[in-house]
Ligand binder design. Structure first.
Ligand code: CA
Length: 439
């Protein structure tokens, strides 16, 4: 169902919110992503909003003034909640009914249906919060290009481990340190050991990096002991966001064997505040990654003709950097990479199915991230570790400054968007963070 095109995707739709009709907006009426906000500088309880142009439609107020009366009572209650967990728990059919109502409400052939109450808040006057109470966070490793590039740096003669083409590899991340876009990132201290040193030291990381990823929020969950079948997997995905998995490479290199990443990752993960529903992304679906000849087929529990045909999504993702010096000189952020999410070796459905295949229960609002999105071409590598070959090369910024890894005061911007002839552009907004100055 989430892959089907319907009236809400019609390119000719216009909104009475004028800024939503501008050509390059991330949030036209065809997008309608969900987030959680409160008026800036207030201590008011958080509420659910929908991004439309440069405005936020306040769903609590829509409920109050009776604009959702035709929706089921349970759905109205979920719209008035302080976060998206309840709405996500109701599954894709409920969120689809809500999307249909929102699309109708915001169309330009209507007028603002509630002139007596201001149901819009300008985005510039809102504080955007985490969209859900994230119970669990898992980070995959689904780009074979990223896995191969990183593998080469750490194990030159054995870059891709033999399980990679069978198992969607992941580790359990830390939910408590997930922050929303705009939160400054404190450089972590930890154990690191230079190859020439005989013992490790404890000090601030000297190899701070970002990872450009796409995350999915779990919608309806599954019961403990009840795996999700591959062809049902997308019914359990509410929507997507951008994820920056900040990584301290020196801490990672010393700690990662034998159990994988731990403190090198758990100090902070930034996500973009708007959740783009899978339904909004329907026009941009495409065939799953073509495996190279000789690669094994996925095992039966991860195989599905429908997933092979339409399991991927063509989302263009970009990473940009702005140094303190660039900021002082009022320069635009500089693009470090551009890639497409359709290049991932594993689909979202395969990741979610694999995660639940042992009976592990996923819960509404859980976050599953894809792993670094990297492509095969030059300029499509989603982290500095790959771009600078573990710091042995450097990137030259427009100011002439060189970067192997992030310095204090550097800002990292992730952007994502979908474009296709015949459809409105759908954007993800921004996932932004600055490395704060180490005291
Ligand atoms: Ca990662």
């Amino acid at each position: 169902m989430s892959r089907l095109i319907n009236a809400t995707h019609d390119q000719s739709l216009r909104s009475w919110v004028e800024s939503a009709n501008q050509e390059n907006t991330d949030f036209p009426i065809q997008n309608l992503p969900f987030g959680v906000f409160r008026p800036q500088g207030s201590a008011e309880p958080s509420r659910i909003g929908v991004a439309i142009g440069d405005q936020i439609l306040d769903l609590s107020l829509c409920c109050e003034v009776g604009l959702f009366q035709e929706l089921p009572q349970q759905l109205q209650v979920a719209c008035a909640a302080p976060n998206l967990n309840q709405l996500m728990a109701m599954g894709s059919r409920a969120s689809s009914a809500l999307r249909d109502r929102l699309s109708n409400l915001l169309r330009s052939d209507k007028q603002n249906p509630s002139p007596e109450r201001e149901i819009l808040t300008p985005m510039s006057q809102a504080e955007l919060l985490l969209p859900t109470n994230i119970g669990d966070y898992t980070d995959f490793y689904a780009s074979i290009f990223h896995a191969t590039n990183v593998g080469k740096l750490f194990r030159p003669d054995n870059p891709l481990l033999p399980n990679y083409k069978y198992v969607p590899i992941a580790y359990h991340g830390r939910a408590s340190s997930i922050v929303t876009s705009g939160t400054s990132i404190k450089r972590p201290s930890g154990q690191r050991k230079d190859p020439s040193a005989s013992t490790p030291s404890f000090e601030p990381s000297q190899s701070l990096d970002y990872e450009m990823e796409v995350g999915l929020f779990v919608g309806a969950g599954n019961e403990l002991g009840q795996p999700i079948a591959i062809d049902k997997a997308e019914e359990h995905i509410f929507g997507l966001c951008l994820v920056n998995d900040w990584s301290a490479r020196d801490l990672q290199a010393w700690e990662y064997q034998p159990l994988g990443p731990f403190l090198a990752k758990s100090f902070a993960t930034t996500i973009s505040p708007w959740v783009i529903t899978l339904e909004a992304l329907a026009p941009f679906r495409c065939g799953a990654f073509q495996r190279a000849e000789g690669d094994p087929l996925p095992l039966p529990y991860l195989s599905s003709p429908l997933d092979a045909q339409l399991g991927a999504i063509d989302i263009t993702v970009e990473v940009l950097l702005r140094s303190a010096q660039m900021r002082e000189q009022r320069m635009e952020p500089f693009r470090l990479s551009l890639a497409s999410f359709k290049q991932m070796y594993w689909t979202l459905a395969q990741m979610l199915t694999h995660h639940s295949s042992n009976g592990c229960n996923l819960r509404p609002g859980d976050l599953l991230a894809s792993g670094t999105v990297s492509g095969a071409e030059e300029g499509s590598q989603g982290c500095l570790l790959e771009i600078t070959q573990r710091g042995s090369k450097s990137v030259k910024l427009p100011t002439g400054e060189l970067r192997s890894f992030l310095l204090d005061g550097d800002e990292v911007f992730l952007r994502g968007y979908c474009e296709k002839e015949g459809y409105a552009r759908v954007g993800f907004g921004e996932c932004w963070g600055m490395v704060s100055y180490t005291k």
